[in-house]
Design a protein around this ligand. Structure first.
Ligand SMILES: [Mg+2]
Length: 321
């Protein structure tokens, strides 16, 4: 039934985005924290198990779990309290985890979830310190692109920032999510990668030239100069810092010609391999579509049928906007 999906259809793009993210995540899980030099000698070429977290092949992590929680919540409309509730259930009950337990939790996300449980307002729960700019909100934001696609640009940025603030409230994290979502939307609208990138950069410079974002713009200079593709690999970092993840994702996507090439390039950068894989996997899945993701990888993904079911429900919901 999955192979009867029409290429370029909304379903293809929703399933492509969600599976693209989960497959990229799962490819990176076994090599998370592995140095790049080691992966140069022995690169990831397929879905493997064990490694860093000792999990079976096809195991996705917090990135996909929280993205699925977000998609699940958006099926019932936009409600930050409901998204927050699902994040808490993920950590406490293993909701939307491959095997019933969260095994990979970022520090900033964990602290924010504690605050959410104490009843702190969701938009105020995320860390606001400059050092709270890990990639923890960027890695899970993708489903929002489908939900806000038809809204005004102002609303797109605003809703994206609010969803980031659940765990990551610093303007830099909000902006990284805003740029990523704008890029995903341009791809959803059928633009080519370079055109979508240049458009996003122009839109972002215009929108973020206001307070409190303006003073953060220099941190995004390599992205917003719109020539990240030309930078040498040695200058692309793949740490857990939100700017590094956004840069690495754009660099991998713009320098590749297929879904497979994109995600393998990303995880083989090493370090925060699962998150770079997830972040770029989502946009590559939207652009190339579900059919471009190797079938053997999709078949290995944990809870494949649950993801298909979620994507179908989510697709119906976002098609209505
Ligand atoms: Mg992870």
């Amino acid at each position: 039934m999955i192979n009867r999906i029409k290429k370029g259809s909304k379903e293809d793009k929703v399933l492509g985005g969600l599976f693209g993210l989960a497959v990229g995540d799962a490819l990176g899980v076994p090599v998370e924290f592995t140095p790049r030099g080691e992966l140069k000698r022995q690169p990831v070429t397929d879905m493997i198990g064990d490694g860093t977290h000792g999990q079976p092949p096809g195991t996705w992590s917090d990135d996909s779990s929280l993205a699925f929680c977000l998609a699940e919540s958006l099926c019932r409309g936009f409600d930050l309290h409901d998204i927050a509730h699902k994040f808490c259930r993920w950590l406490d009950e293993g909701y939307w985890t491959p095997y019933g337990e969260a095994f990979d939790v970022g520090g900033t996300t964990e602290e924010a979830i504690s605050r959410l449980k104490e009843g702190v307002n969701p938009v105020e729960a995320g860390g606001r310190h400059e050092f709270s700019n890990g990639n923890g909100s960027l890695m899970r934001i993708l489903p929002l692109a489908y939900y806000v696609e038809k809204m005004s640009q102002e609303e797109q940025f605003e809703l994206t920032h609010r969803v980031s603030c659940l765990t990551h409230g610093h303007p830099r994290s909000q902006m990284a999510c805003g740029m990523y979502i704008r890029y995903a939307i341009n791809l959803l609208r059928g633009q080519e990668p370079e055109e979508a990138y240049k458009g996003m950069a122009t839109e972002a410079i215009k929108y973020y030239s206001r307070l409190p974002y303006r003073c953060e713009l220099p941190h995004f200079s390599r992205i917003l100069e719109a020539n990240i593709r030309k930078l040498p690999e040695e200058s692309i970092k793949s740490s857990g810092y939100v700017i590094d993840t956004l840069e690495a994702s754009l660099w991998c996507f713009l320098n590749s010609k297929s879904y497979e090439e994109t995600v393998l390039k990303a995880v083989n950068l090493g370090d925060d391999a699962d998150t770079t894989g997830a972040v770029v996997g989502g946009i590559a899945g939207i652009y190339y579509g579900l059919v471009s993701i190797p079938e053997c990888w999709i078949n290995t993904v944990a809870k494949k049928d649950d993801i298909i079911d979620l994507a179908r429900r989510f697709c119906k919901c976002v098609s209505g906007f």
